[in-house]
Design a protein around this ligand. Sequence first.
Ligand code: ATP
Ligand code: MG
Length: 413
Amino acid sequence: MRQSILFTKTKKEVEKNEVSQNARLLLRGGYINKEMAGVYSFLPLGLRVIRKIENVIREEMKNSLGAQEIVMPALHPLSNYKKTGREKIDVLFHTKLNSGGDLVLGQSHEEIVVPLFKKFVSSYKDLPCGIFQIQTKFRNELRAKSGILRGREFLMKDLYSFHENENSLHEYYERVKEVYLRIYKRLGIGEKTYITLASGGTFSKYSHEFQTITNSGEDDIYLCKDCKIAINKEIIETTKRCPKCKKDISDLEEKKAIEVGNIFPLYTRFSKPFGLTYKDKEGKENLVVMGCYGIGISRVMGAVVEVLSDERGIVWPKNIAPFSVHLLSLNADKEAEKLYNLFLQEGIDILFDDREKRPGEKLIESDLLGIPLRIVVSGKTLEKDSVEIKKREKEEEEFVKINEVIKYVQKNI
Ligand code: ATP
Ligand code: MG
């Protein structure tokens, strides 16, 4: 893509009341626009990041778990929430039909997916089964000041699993844990993300969160570095030890973290109110046993910025960067154009800064945008038949001969 046609522009400053690092950098880079507190638009560069995160997650859902993708609505009948007793949840947005009838905006989809599943499935032969979606959620959050970490409208992947019994649920649940850890690794925050024991809320005794360590996080966790497991401070009263090695909490590290995912065994919490049953081999009716598994997609994008940025800007991990290469022409348009076309032919994701701007400005903006490989073409590099390549996370540049650039890039993206 040519930067000259990109309608968004970078900004040097954002409003002072914008305190969180993710909001400041994403707003300055033109990745997102703030419409009101907790409500953001995703702009061309930002949407590219979101789509890449989605695709990593989608691939793992389908290929590693065999889950099936659907899309459920955002408008839900309030009557379904009366059945589950969740009509009083504080974050629910309420609205009404002109023709009469109370609605809520979906903050999660148990109240939709369970009656939906019941219409199609009644036999053990169809179980276990996993269904997921990637969709916008609405929550009337009291505080929304952490940029896209806590939105009132945000993107989530939610997966629901359906089973004959608790054994089958537990086996699936353990598989999801592994898949989630792989997802966070692919998204570039694997080293900082830990499985965390948390309270199960109204559903069950425990649930598991995936917490990414950063000082800007809202949650406090106790981390056992040896076991790579943490415990959320909210439940520490009931578990005073590492669940694995049984080390006392005084030997665990207290850290700030962001919850980037949460998985719950639901058991029959939702199948009961909707009468979701199946016939077993003997023809006996049993309640379906369920689990649910969320990942905050827009929150992950914010978490990556919190964890991986530096004083100059964002440092995107390869797999979710809006582009793989940022090509800058510093008064060398003819040669840079040739190179740009070569990259396009090779199918490499490239942003080409073909604007008429001062070299210093282009370099500063490139650091702010945070694309993993920066390639500079200038009079100085052309004297050596070369370009200058710099990895965003490194300090030093290297000269690479023009006829070896494509090979170099293919090796490094
Ligand atoms: P939190 O404890 O942060 O309020 P939650 O426990 O209510 O989140 P879940 O209902 O389990 O969250 O939602 C699944 C995932 O969706 C969370 O792990 C988080 O990553 C993401 N998420 C939840 N609320 C928000 C929000 N307001 N904005 C952005 N992402 C969110
Ligand atoms: Mg939570």
